[in-house]
Design a protein around this ligand. Structure first.
Ligand code: ASP
Ligand code: MG
Length: 406
């Protein structure tokens, strides 16, 4: 019998009515003769509310206790969904991450799954029972509850699909697939019918929030076919699988990420020390450019605004070691990127990006170019215009695409 893993995100289980609707979706798959394992996120924005409560009591809540708190969100949705299924006449059992055998590293708030002991789930599935697993949580060898980082339920579902050799992992969300750009920014987006793991990984890393990048990594590594689709409609979604089809378009989408800060350190010569200090403190440094004259260097790099305070503290604390003259901080920036496996053999695409942005008088502050992407740092106030411009220049706007799916 075929086995599918279905994951339902927060909005899909955002109310009792939605949970009842989700139960119907699961029953449809069950009635088609499939075995179903379900992964749920916490209801609506309830994880945010839990974080808010913690922050009201403590500026820096202990990570262990945060995990204990946040893991409770998924337990509400999983048990309600099991009740809904049972009341509709379908046997179902909900399991916490630890009951489901999801073993993680001993790191709180951003643990990685190390293995899943699936015996218990397999036994239940073999009895015809629908198993609902709490997403985003696991347990360490020492019996400590962990969570996988915000958005981590996607990873739970892909890891479960990989461990159980499921035929497909369906990610149900509030949009009907992966789009050529953020539909809230570009009204003319089109839905992608199929994209490769590598393209999805770039899109997710560069700002597409539809899937957690770690989940895509896990799917690629274990060759788990994914489908992203809406729990609100019956439309077919986007399939993410396999390698790139060379016949396909050069570019598969335009993404953007706001809240970027550029830091320039002027006149110093300790590049290696600088980055080892930042890496040790888990500061996620993105683009780096350096400009040398004689023995001294100016270096610029970008980080997310969330890391700004910590980065400036570190730089100040290491001023003597790094021996720099000045730090210049530029906030209010964004990154727009085009992504596509075909970029490697189409270097002219980068020129097309620069020309299109220049024609719109959009100042590019930094650029980074790789096999699968071209990214530009620009002022955040004009991100939307930049995304729309690139979307149209690369021929994605639906009215330009004969027969496009949207
Ligand atoms: N409930 C968690 C969050 O909001 C995990 C998830 O939804 O994937 O981040
Ligand atoms: Mg999510």
């Amino acid at each position: 019998m075929s086995l599918i893993v279905q994951k339902f995100g927060g909005t899909s289980v955002g109310s009792v009515e939605r949970i009842s609707h989700v139960a119907e979706r699961i029953i449809e798959a069950k009635n088609e003769g499939k075995d179903v394992v379900v992964v749920v996120s916490a209801m609506g924005n309830s994880t945010d509310s839990l974080v808010d409560m913690a922050k009201q009591l403590s500026q820096h809540p202990p990570d262990r206790e945060l995990d204990m708190l946040l893991a409770s969100g998924e337990q509400i949705s999983m048990s309600l969904l099991a009740m809904a299924l049972v009341s509709k006449g379908y046997p179902a059992v909900s399991l916490t991450g630890w009951q489901a055998g999801i073993m993680t590293e001993s790191v709180h708030t951003k643990a990685r799954i190390v293995r899943i002991d699936t015996d218990r789930i397999v036994n239940l599935v073999n009895k015809g029972i629908i198993v609902i697993v709490a997403g985003f949580q696991g347990i360490t060898e020492d019996g400590e509850v962990t969570t996988l980082g915000r958005g981590g339920s996607d990873t739970t579902s892909v890891a479960l699909a990989a461990s159980m050799k499921a035929d497909m992992c369906e990610i149900y969300t509030d949009v009907s697939g992966v789009y050529s750009a953020d539909p809230r920014v570009v009204p003319t987006v089109r839905k992608l019918v199929r994209i490769s793991f590598d393209e999805m990984l770039e899109l997710a890393t560069l700002g597409a929030a539809v899937l957690h990048s770690r989940a895509v990594e896990c799917a690629k590594k274990n060759n788990v076919r994914l489908m992203v689709r809406s729990s609100f409609t019956n439309e077919a979604g986007t399939i993410i699988e396999g390698d790139v089809d060379m016949e396909e378009k050069v570019v598969c989408g335009v993404t953007h990420k706001n809240n970027i800060v550029k830091i320039t350190i002027k006149r110093f010569d300790a590049l290696a020390s600088l980055f080892s200090i930042l890496v040790k403190s888990h500061i996620d440094v993105d683009m780096i450019t350096q400009c040398s004259n004689e023995s001294l260097t100016d270096v610029s790099f970008t980080i997310s605004i969330a890391d700004l305070g910590c980065t400036l503290d570190l730089l100040k604390a290491n001023k003597t070691r790094l021996a720099f003259e000045e730090i210049v901080t530029e906030v209010g920036l964004a990154k727009v990127s085009i992504v596509g496996a075909g970029l490697v053999s189409n270097p002219e695409a980068a020129a097309k990006v620069f020309t299109a942005l220049a024609a719109e008088y959009i100042a590019i502050k930094m650029v980074s170019n790789s096999e699968m992407k071209v990214s530009c740092i620009i002022p955040e106030s004009i991100t939307e215009r930049a995304v729309r411009t690139l979307h149209s220049v690369f021929g994605f706007d639906v009215q330009q695409m004969a027969g496009a799916v949207h």
